[in-house]
Write a protein that binds this ligand. Structure first.
Ligand SMILES: *Cc1c(COP(=O)(O)O)cnc(C)c1O
Length: 346
């Protein structure tokens, strides 16, 4: 099996093989999602998410289809007229574009790759990409705190490639979302939305109920440990089993942060490659974007494959001049030694 460092879908936890078998044996895959068994499983998964990801008790959790769906839910259910989008990469920009297509007045605030996201404007809704998977940068909690202090608006964060890998101060955001195929180390097909009581009140004031995935319908069902549509029961089961075995997030996050630092140092000091984002204050803990000549990038990806290693392609504007390496929890330190060894030799 190829060792994948792709930043999503990435390597799944090896335990998934057993969990899949267990899921089948348990009979959970054939039960109705409004049955007591399914509700019990959802309830326990929420409890584990709160416990392991250290999510404040008053924040609600809901299951959706994907992170991309959350872009749409936010545009539909949490905006009155305007939505401010600060971004420095492809995912943040796409979110802004889809929001605009849904008829919301978007205030785009692009910022430079090496800049911290320093916003001085206020808006009723501020949309941020906590970890920009396309270029390996992140908005740190200290920066988010400054943004929080100067706005009365709601803050929504795309944390698709950092949730379960980076320790957030959850209170600094009103709505956080992710998909499970990145730091959760699971197969794709499930999104997780985590939102504050304030976000809920906001949605109630707007009272948007025109879509199957209106936030109020989602919440009314989530409060009963159900989903408005038939959910990905298998993935919820896998999530529950995975959460049972992982340490609490603060431990995982410290480990990943140290490993990211070591990898950044390795690339900058021991190789002819460089980390795309030079500013240490904004480098991502979970996705490394490495830059070099286009030809060499192509070559190293091909060589890696022949050594059983999958490096991630560049993305968006950086498609040609970078390759990416996921630093997700399911990848082991030993696997990082393998990729380092390969890069040193090649
Ligand atoms: C992967 C990713 C998405 C898309 O996730 P889906 O599961 O495909 O919806 C959105 N935003 C960011 C930052 C991502 O890394």
């Amino acid at each position: 099996m190829i060792l994948s460092f792709y930043p999503g879908p990435s390597k799944v936890y090896p335990q998934v093989a057993t969990y899949l078998q267990d899921a089948y044996q348990s009979g959970i895959l054939s039960v109705n999602h409004r049955s007591a068994e399914a509700m019990e499983m959802v309830k326990e998964t929420y409890r584990l998410l709160h416990e392991k990801l250290e999510i404040p008790a008053e924040y609600s959790i809901a299951f959706v289809s994907s992170a991309t769906e959350c872009w749409e839910i936010i545009a539909q259910s949490l905006t009155r007229q305007q939505s401010l989008h600060a971004y420095n990469g492809a995912f943040g920009q796409k979110w802004a574009e889809y929001t605009q297509k849904l008829g919301v007045e978007v205030i785009p605030k692009p910022f430079d790759l090496n800049d911290a996201c320093e916003l001085t404007e206020d808006a009723e809704l501020i949309c941020l990409t906590q970890n920009e998977t396309s270029n390996g940068t992140q908005i740190r909690m200290a920066t988010l705190e400054k943004i929080r202090e100067q706005t009365t608006g709601l803050i929504a964060l795309d944390a698709t490639s950092s949730m379960a890998g980076v320790a957030f101060n959850w209170q600094l955001g009103d709505l956080w979302f992710a998909s499970v195929q990145k730091c959760f180390g699971l197969p794709a097909g499930l999104g997780i939305m985590i939102y504050s009581p304030r976000a809920l009140r906001w949605a109630e004031e707007i009272n948007e109920r025109n879509h199957y995935n209106s936030l109020l319908f989602i919440h009314e069902n989530a409060a009963k440990f159900q989903t408005h549509y038939t959910p990905n029961v298998l993935n919820i089961y896998l999530l529950k089993r995975m959460l049972e075995q992982v340490p609490v997030l603060s431990e995982v996050a410290t480990h990943l942060k140290n490993r990211a630092q070591a990898m950044i140092q390795f690339f900058n000091q021991e190789t002819h490659w460089e980390i795309l984002a030079e500013n240490p204050l904004i480098q991502s803990d979970t996705v490394l974007a490495i830059t070099g000549e286009k030809e060499k990038i192509n070559q190293i990806k091909i060589n890696a494959k022949s050594h059983g290693i999958m490096l991630g392609n560049g993305y968006g504007k950086w498609k040609e001049n970078t390759f990416r390496i996921a630093n997700f929890p399911a990848l082991t330190d030993n696997e990082f030694s393998i990729v380092k060894h390969f890069i040193t030799q090649s």
